[in-house]
Every structure is written in structure tokens, then in C-alpha cells.
Write a protein of this length. Structure first.
Length: 756
């Protein structure tokens, strides 16, 4: 049997796991069994390096799919029925902070151990709790379900990657062990010690990864200045803890006899210190991955194995994925992996001349060189994950990273080591708080450099890598014509024009409504979703979608006064201040949206069918009802119209027939009367509703009524964002889950009828 190198085997394993990112469905167990037989045959029988590579490739694929299938099987088994659970509390209780949900780690289900363990979140209404407690719960669990829109955050994928795919409703609770864990005690002691400090929330985030106290303003500040990576317990923090332990152990060796001094003790001690810090940080996935990488590097050093940085990087990636194949779904995993790859690439392909690599006086230049490389080479991740880039991230990182890395984090570590009760700990916490004041001081000015980018600019994010390659290969001197041609292509490149004439997108905004009518990159919006104390659907879903697709909003139509329809209006107006607002409300700056009003917009005809007059407060039955058509296909937007309003509209029966109907009032039993449906006679109906909503909308009776009239039914609770594309002679509907981005982790786990 021919043996291939460790590097080739590692590459094959990683590539074999990659399909988990984009598989629309997981392969059946029978297919997995067949692939296993093929793998064994290739591995043991065929004397070919290619067959060995194929065997490792299949091994990676089966490990990834097996892990995903096990998770989905656990979701199915644990969902939809009462369970007796033995759990431990994973969330840390913070003083003066009431979390929305508490995270529990499941140990036993109905008296049987669960392996591998899962976590679920639930609202807590019982006795005071703290991390480390063990409880006996009677609960019902259901799969996590996320809103899905283009340009939005995929919380379902995030939950799968972290093995937290369930949420629950707790029916009863009985404490088994009320003692708080050591981590809870340490965090609580640190919170008491830092009470009154200006940057307490940031100190706790840096020390323990507890970011619950960070305000939205602070989060936006760190994101828009490009230093959000400092707030996560990742490779930087774990490495600093290891280096600190190594230095302390080396100092201790000065007091030992010469024969007892060796390099192994500090290395092993640094790994143990890193392990302790990972535990203190709650064993968050980025910290665990950093610990695995550090452990592998230490073993290589102890064994005296000679290898390149790329080999260490590859082995670390392989080890992380072998320990948890679902990590490949994690954005933080890709950020860490590509950041290290970018550093290696930068130092090999764009290294400083040798005269600048020695001497402390060149340290500022070396630091500038590192930050410049990271800024250029991490742009693809900035564009793809955060949908934006900041041109001030270079000065922000040049200023903040040294202060946080060399002052704040070491002071925090010394404070933790010193213990909560010592006077030294108080001084260390105070110095750490002062250092954060210095680090954050220029950030409010640098925050102005944040620029949102859309999908059209995504290819340009690779220019940093291409520039380094071109510079190193001397392309500018060997083939200047080619370089000029590439530059001209980049400057003149335009995204391919869509083949549809116009488009309608019903956004997935939970219980609420937001419809975007788009043509030629401009749009009219009908309703703006819900709002709550700390944010709105406009900020979370609608605006990211508009910015990602590069759409400029020109008009906003508000159907009626209810919060779930006009809650996001102020946020949308701030983003598009020139957009005209139409509504049936008596409100300053609003154009009238009343019966008989009509206008043309980019070749589309808008005709208002209802209400007959403007009001101070507009209820469901006075919703602004508009028919939009292009002369061939049409859309009827009804807001929350109910039976009385539908009956009034029947007086304009000739205006009602439409190709598509926005289902009135989210599919409530008070709407969609048979005479109204017969008058409109749509080919398809689009309903905006949330899964697991308390009103059980859309009602099963109403869905059945539409289907009895042979009207195709689509709703956002099942499909996510619904996109209707209108062509010259045809139209089609695409759901996010079914057509736009079909992925196995976007499947609708749980009971099919759980919304009725």
C-alpha cells in the first residue's frame, strides 16, 4: 500500500469537509455506508497515491456529514414533546443585568446521558440562578429558526456551528445543586471590583468574553473602527496568557539548580495556563480553537519536528475540524484561519528588507507593516461577513492594538492572578481601565471612516491579494500592458444586469410586513417592519438587504398605524432622507395615500384603492391598499385589511384582479374572505408571518381556503425572503430556503404544522 504524506492527507480531509458549507441536503445514511465501503477499498486494496488521496477525501466528507446528521437527529428527537432534563447553567449571571434568555447545557434527557452534549436557551422565571448550578427541568424544546434575507445575519447557521440549535419553554424547575461554579464566582468578584469603572463592560469582555454589558453603541464603535476582534477571547488573548505564564516560569527557573533548568517546563506550563484561561473564558469556540492550535505547536516544539509555517497552519486547521467538523460553518473559524494565513502570506511574499527586521528602533515600522498587510488581505472577510469596510481601520488598529495587547490584557491577567480580595488586584483593574481610556480615545473620530459595501463590490475585495502577487512577481515591469489591462477592467467592471424587468421582495421580518418593489436599482418600499426598545427590523433586516443589493429607496408607503408595519420608518428615513413617504395618516411630511390617488414610477402604475380618506389613527380596515402593475402582471398590496375593508373593496371589483396578492393581515381568520379571493383571483399569494408566533398565523383554515381556490401559497415563516421576478412574458417566485440559498442547515427542522 502506497502511503501519502501527512500534508496531503490533511488537505484531503479538509477539502472533504468543505461541502458541508453548501450542501442543500445531507446524504442519506445508505449513501454514507456505500462511500465508507469505497473508502476502505481505496485505502487498503489499491496501490495508488490518487486512491489514498480519495480515501482521505471520503473520510473527511463522511466525518462532516455524520456529525451534521447526528445533530439533526438530536434536534428531531428532542423537539416537540415534554422532556425531563438534567441541565447545568452555562450563562453567567451579571449584577444589574437581566438577560433575555439563559443558556443551559443538557446533561441527561429522561434519565439518559446525552452525547455529544447540546445547549439550549430559554427564558427564566424561577429562583435566582448562576453559572454552574444544576437543575432538573421539565421543558419543551424546539429548533432555532432564523429570519433569512439576503445580506442579513444567518442565526440558524450560527446556532448549528455552536451546537446550540434549540430553544425551550420551561414548565417547571427543581434545583439539584444550588452552588455557583468557580467561573461565576470569579466573574462576579471582578464585576464587584470594577463597579463604577468607566469601561467596566469592556473590561469584562476582555477578561472573560462576557459581552452582555456592552451597549449597542460600543459594539458599533468597535465594529466600525475594525477592532472588534479585540473583544473576543481568541488567539491573541490565549497567546498572551501563555506568554505570561512562560515568562513567569522562566523567572522561577532562575532560583533552581542548573541541572533542573530546561525548556520543556515553561512550554508545558504555558499550555496549562492557556487551558485555564480558556475555561475562565467559558470555553468559547474561538478560545478552544486557539488552545488546540497552541497545543499542536507546543507538541511540534517538544518533539523537535522541523516544519514550515504553512504546515503548522494546515495541521491546526485539520485538528480543529477533526475535533468539531461543524466548526466549518462558523464565521469566527474562517476569520481566525484566514487571518493566520494572511500573516504567513504577507511575511513570505511582502517581507520587509532585512535591515528593518532587527533593532528596536524599527519596531514602529514593523508594526505598520503588519497592520497594513492585515488591512489589505482581510478585506474579503470584511466585505463578506460585515458588509462594510473602514478606511480608518489601519490607524485604529495601529493605535488600539498595542495598548490593549501590551497594557490592558496583561493588567487584566495580573488582576485575575492576584485574586479578587487583594489590594494589588484593585490597582491592576484600575490601570487596565485607564489604558482602555487611552485606547478608545480616538475611536469616535475614526468611526466616521466606515463604508457600507454591497454584493457588487465583493470581487474588488481580492485586490489586496492580487496586488501582493503582482508586486512580488514583478508583473508591473515584466508585463506592464497586462497590469494596465487588469486595472482598466477593474475600473470599468460593472455587475451583469439582471434579466428580469422588475422585482418584488417580501422581506422575512417575523410578525410584520416589509415589501420592496425594485426596478433599475431603485425601489419603493411598502411598510417597514416592527420596532422595539433596543432596535427595529429596519436596522436588522431591511437596511442590510438594501445596502447589500445596492438599492436606493425613492418612496416609502405606510399601510396603517400599527407598530409591526411602520415601526422601522424612522430608521429607514435616516438611511434614505430623500425618500418620499405616502400614508393614509394625518402626519407632517406624508403624502396622501387615499382612494383614487395614482402615479407612475419607472414604468410601473400605482393605483390606491383604499381608504377613502386620511385619518389620525389608521386601523387594519383602513390599510392603504395599492395595486401595482406593468401592463401585464400585477400585485395587490393590502396591509392588514380585514373582512369589512375587503367587502368595501368589492365595490371596485374591476380593479381587483391581480397576478399576486399580499395576504391580508398575515393570514388571520378575520381576513381573506371567499368573495374577496374570487374577485382578486390571484395565481399566487404571499404571506408575511413569523414561525412560532403567539397568534398561530397564518391560520390553517385560511391556508386551506387559498389552496381550495387553487392559489399557490407562499409565506416567509417557511421560505424566508420571498422574491418575485417579472420578465417580459413570465414571472417566477423564489424562496430563500428553496431557491436563493438552499442549505441543509436552513431546513425547517421540527414539526411541519407548528405554526398553526
Amino acid at each position: 500500500m502506497i502511503k501519502i504524506s501527512v500534508d496531503i492527507a490533511a488537505i484531503a480531509l479538509v477539502l472533504g469537509m468543505a461541502p458541508l458549507l453548501f450542501l442543500p441536503q445531507l446524504p442519506a445514511p445508505l449513501l454514507i455506508a456505500g462511500l465508507a465501503l469505497v473508502m476502505v477499498y481505496c485505502w487498503r486494496q489499491t496501490p495508488s497515491a490518487y486512491c489514498q488521496y480519495a480515501a482521505w477525501l471520503l473520510c473527511g466528507f463522511m466525518l462532516a456529514c455524520g456529525s451534521a446528521q447526528q445533530l439533526t437527529r438530536q434536534i428531531s428527537v428532542l423537539s416537540g414533546k415534554p422532556l425531563n432534563l438534567t441541565v447545568s447553567v452555562a450563562s453567567v449571571a451579571l449584577a444589574d443585568h437581566e438577560p433575555g434568555k439563559v443558556l443551559f447545557r443538557i446533561e441527561q434527557v429522561n434519565g439518559r446521558w446525552l452525547f455529544p452534549a447540546l445547549s439550549f436557551s430559554a427564558y427564566w422565571k424561577y429562583a435566582p440562578w448562576c453559572a454552574g448550578q444544576r437543575w432538573q427541568l421539565k421543558a419543551r424544546l424546539r429548533p432555532v429558526h432564523s429570519r433569512l434575507n439576503q445580506g442579513g445575519f444567518d442565526s440558524q447557521r450560527w446556532a448549528m456551528a455552536r451546537r446550540q440549535p434549540l430553544s425551550g419553554y420551561i414548565q417547571s424547575a427543581k434545583v439539584m445543586d444550588a452552588r455557583c461554579g468557580w467561573r461565576q464566582r470569579i466573574v462576579s468578584a471582578a464585576q464587584r471590583r470594577t463597579e463604577g469603572f468607566y469601561h467596566q463592560s469592556t473590561l469584562l469582555a476582555l477578561a472573560f468574553g462576557e459581552r452582555a454589558l456592552l451597549s449597542q453603541t460600543e459594539r458599533n464603535l468597535f465594529l466600525k473602527t475594525g477592532i472588534a476582534h479585540l473583544m473576543a477571547i481568541s488567539g491573541l488573548h490565549i497567546s498572551l496568557a501563555a506568554v505570561l505564564a512562560w515568562c513567569l516560569l522562566r523567572l522561577m527557573q532562575l532560583a533552581l539548580p542548573v541541572g533542573w533548568i530546561g525548556y520543556r517546563l515553561p512550554l508545558v506550563g504555558s499550555v496549562l495556563a492557556a487551558l485555564g484561561y480558556v475555561w475562565l473564558a467559558g470555553a468559547q469556540p474561538p478560545a478552544v480553537r486557539a488552545l488546540l492550535a497552541l497545543t499542536l505547536w507546543t507538541l511540534v516544539r517538544l518533539r523537535g519536528i522541523c516544519c514550515t509555517p504553512w504546515q503548522i497552519w494546515l495541521w491546526c486547521v485539520c485538528l480543529i475540524l477533526l475535533s468539531d467538523p461543524l466548526a466549518i460553518l462558523s464565521d469566527s473559524f474562517w476569520l481566525s484561519v484566514l487571518a493566520v494565513a494572511a500573516l504567513i502570506f504577507w511575511f513570505e511574499w511582502a517581507a520587509l528588507p532585512s535591515r528593518f527586521r532587527a533593532g528596536w528602533y524599527w519596531a514602529p515600522l514593523r508594526w505598520l507593516h503588519i497592520q497594513l498587510g492585515m488591512t489589505l488581505l482581510l478585506m474579503p472577510m470584511q466585505f463578506g461577513l460585515f458588509h462594510g469596510v473602514t478606511w480608518t481601520s489601519l490607524p485604529a488598529n495601529l493605535w488600539a492594538v498595542p495598548i490593549v495587547s501590551l497594557l490592558s490584557v496583561p493588567m487584566i491577567l495580573f488582576a485575575i492572578i492576584a485574586g479578587a480580595g487583594s489590594a494589588a488586584a484593585g490597582w491592576f483593574w484600575r490601570w487596565a481601565d485607564l489604558s482602555l481610556t487611552w485606547a478608545i480615545w480616538p475611536l469616535p473620530w475614526l468611526e466616521q471612516g466606515w463604508l457600507r459595501v454591497g454584493s457588487a463590490l465583493l470581487p474588488f475585495s481580492a485586490l489586496g491579494w492580487l496586488s501582493v502577487l503582482g508586486w512580488r512577481l514583478r508583473s508591473w515591469s515584466s508585463s506592464p500592458g497586462g497590469c494596465i489591462a487588469v486595472l482598466l477592467c477593474c475600473l470599468t467592471w460593472r455587475e451583469r444586469q439582471p434579466d428580469y424587468r422588475w422585482r418584488v421582495d417580501m422581506m422575512d421580518v417575523g410578525h410584520g410586513l416589509a415589501v420592496v418593489i425594485e426596478r433599475d436599482g431603485k425601489a419603493v418600499m411598502y411598510d417597514t417592519g416592527d420596532r422595539w426598545a433596543s432596535g427595529s427590523m429596519a436596522e436588522r433586516e431591511i437596511l442590510p438587504y438594501l445596502h447589500w443589493r445596492g438599492i436606493e429607496l425613492e418612496k416609502i408607503i405606510i399601510s396603517h398605524s400599527h407598530q409591526d408595519h411602520m415601526g422601522g420608518l424612522s430608521a429607514v428615513q435616516r438611511a434614505f432622507p430623500k425618500a418620499a413617504v405616502y400614508s393614509p395618516l394625518h402626519a407632517a411630511g406624508h403624502y396622501a395615500c387615499v382612494q383614487g390617488r395614482q402615479w407612475q414610477w419607472r414604468g410601473l402604475n400605482f393605483r390606491v384603492l383604499w381608504p377613502p380618506q386620511r385619518l389620525k389613527h389608521v386601523g387594519n380596515d383602513d390599510s392603504c391598499t395599492i395595486r401595482v402593475d406593468d401592463g401585464r402582471f400585477s400585485l395587490l398590496l393590502t396591509g392588514d385589511l380585514e373582512a369589512r375593508g375587503e367587502s368595501a373593496l368589492l365595490k371596485q371589483r374591476a380593479e381587483l384582479p391581480s397576478t399576486l396578492l399580499q395576504v391580508p393581515h398575515h393570514g388571520s381568520k378575520t381576513s381573506s374572505t371567499p368573495p374577496f379571493l374570487r374577485a382578486v383571483a390571484p395565481s399566487a399569494a404571499l404571506a408575511s408571518a413569523s414561525r412560532y408566533n403567539q397568534w398561530r398565523l397564518p391560520a390553517e383554515k385560511i391556508v386551506g381556503r387559498y389552496r381550495s381556490y387553487r392559489i399557490a401559497w407562499h409565506d416567509t415563516s417557511r421560505s424566508g425572503q420571498l422574491s418575485v421576478l417579472f420578465f417580459d412574458n413570465d414571472w417566477q417566485i423564489k424562496g430563500f430556503r428553496e431557491q436563493l440559498m438552499p442549505r441543509w442547515y436552513h431546513q425547517r427542522f421540527g414539526e411541519r404544522g407548528d405554526n398553526e
